[in-house]
Design a binder for this molecule. Structure first.
Ligand code: GDP
Length: 235
């Protein structure tokens, strides 16, 4: 039983007499946790098409008729061993107070920190049309929007991030490379974006086109020796 592998956290308390550091450190729950990776998390600003992407990719309806911002906690979808997590949408939402937006952000950050060891990768969904516009607007005020902040945070805690650039159908064919270069650049990935084909997946979830994302998730599952889990995804 996995539970038996853990030492009670309290057993690690060092009742030092103040003369020196406690030498024997018993393992804690945290440092003996099995390193098995089994979770893919989906994150994104509200309205980028995260629910649509998840629906197309997994066949599960995560929104279930709820208004954006109503779900404040991460939702775990179970697929015999694999967990796919739908994080609450972040950023500005009509009818969601600033306080609740902040709460959502904190919830996501804590969830990622607490579960980092089991996270295979994070899929950050962006809106192809809105992302550059939002970043540039914030840059004018010398600030970074939450999508950029979240990307940096994920990288800082060593989570493998796949950037799913959604709503590509809204971008004219001859503008697609320019748009993707612009997005890559704003995430500190030197353009051309095609250098980052292992990280950037242009998709159009509403049109059922998620094949680039499927391929990258497939690659991540392969790398951890879990090819069988790709059967839980469609494309
Ligand atoms: P969420 O808030 O991120 O979960 O976003 P939803 O999945 O609810 O989608 C928000 C809106 O974007 C809906 O009106 C969707 O139909 C639309 N949408 C989602 N994906 C796409 C896409 O690939 N292209 C276009 N044009 N619209 C999309």
């Amino acid at each position: 039983m996995e539970q038996d592998e853990y030492q009670d956290e309290n057993q690690n308390e060092c009742h030092s007499d103040g003369l020196g550091e406690c030498q024997t450190k018993l393992p804690t729950k945290r440092n003996t946790k099995r390193q098995t990776k089994n979770e893919v998390i989906f994150m994104g600003r509200s309205n980028v098409g995260k629910s649509t992407t998840l629906k197309v990719l997994t066949g599960r309806n995560v929104r279930v008729g709820k208004k954006p911002g109503v779900t404040l906690s991460p939702k775990n979808l179970e697929f015999s061993g694999l967990i796919v997590t739908d994080m609450p949408g972040f950023g500005y939402m009509a009818n969601v107070t600033k306080q609740n937006q902040e709460k959502i952000k904190e919830t996501i950050i804590h969830y990622v920190e607490d579960n980092a060891e089991r996270i295979i990768c994070a899929v950050l969904v962006l809106d192809a049309k809105a992302f550059i516009e939002i970043v540039d607007r914030w840059e004018g005020r010398n600030e970074h929007p939450i999508d950029q902040e979240m990307f940096e945070f994920l990288c800082d805690v060593d989570i493998d991030v796949i950037v799913a650039v959604n709503k590509m159908d809204k971008i004219k064919n001859n503008q697609q490379d320019i748009t993707l270069d612009g997005i890559a650049e704003r995430l500190d990935m030197l353009p051309p974006w095609r250098q980052w084909l292992d990280r950037i997946a242009p998709i159009a979830a509403k049109k059922g086109d998620v094949s680039a994302l499927y391929a990258l998730i497939s690659d991540r599952l392969h790398k951890i020796g879990r090819d069988e889990w790709i059967t839980h995804f469609k494309h």
